[in-house]
Design a protein around this ligand. Structure first.
Ligand code: ZN
Length: 190
């Protein structure tokens, strides 16, 4: 994994070559600053490679005696598919049953972003979020559901504009106990 900042000039030069190969003139006015802008944008969109869940959490784990299900719903997700470097985006719901420790609510969204801002497939993204929450909180169960639209399916390929891909990952009691799982799923779909 690349932990240093990507070399902006090198990416810009690669984008310039890409523009030429696509039949464009990188010297025309509208494109002059495009390579540098693309370098900056991709660096931002992949910043998750330079983060760890522990870092973004920044110590925001708190003791709690509560044993209820906590759900953070409708977290916006923007990621890039690793097959086409095209965006997929949608919403993610994260639930867990604490086992003595809870994470700050805003931090759940930051953990989602830490993995979403990498090249991904939706299935793996969902799993990585679930495992990170499980590891950080030691929760007795974790569930993650994600609904995303994939531009690589909408703009090209099968060109299905309304297809939404749904993935889920359940761990611990969310996997073993059908009642817990169905409570989570019904709270997600409301
Ligand atoms: Zn794709």
């Amino acid at each position: 994994m690349l932990t240093r900042e990507p070399n902006q000039e090198r990416i810009a030069e690669l984008v310039r070559q890409l523009l030429i190969e696509l039949g464009e003139d990188p010297n025309r006015e509208g494109l002059l600053k495009t390579p540098a802008r693309v370098a900056k944008a991709y660096t931002y969109l992949t910043r998750g490679y330079r983060q760890t869940p522990q870092e973004v959490l920044n110590g925001a784990v708190f003791e709690s005696t509560a044993n209820n299900m906590v759900i953070v719903r409708d977290i916006e997700v923007y990621s890039l598919c690793e097959h086409h470097l095209l965006p997929f985006y949608g919403r993610c719901h994260v639930g867990y049953i604490a086992n003595g420790k809870v994470v700050g609510l805003s931090k759940v969204a930051r953990i989602v972003d830490c993995f979403a801002r990498r090249l991904q497939i939706q299935e793996r993204l969902t799993e990585e979020i679930a495992h990170a929450i499980a590891e950080i909180t030691g929760a007795e169960g974790v569930g993650v559901v994600m609904n995303c639209a994939h531009l690589c399916m909408m703009m090209r390929g099968v060109e299905k504009q309304n297809a939404v891909t749904v993935t889920s990952s359940v761990l611990g009691s969310f996997r073993e106990d059908p009642e817990v799982r169905s409570e989570f799923m019904s709270l997600c779909s409301k």
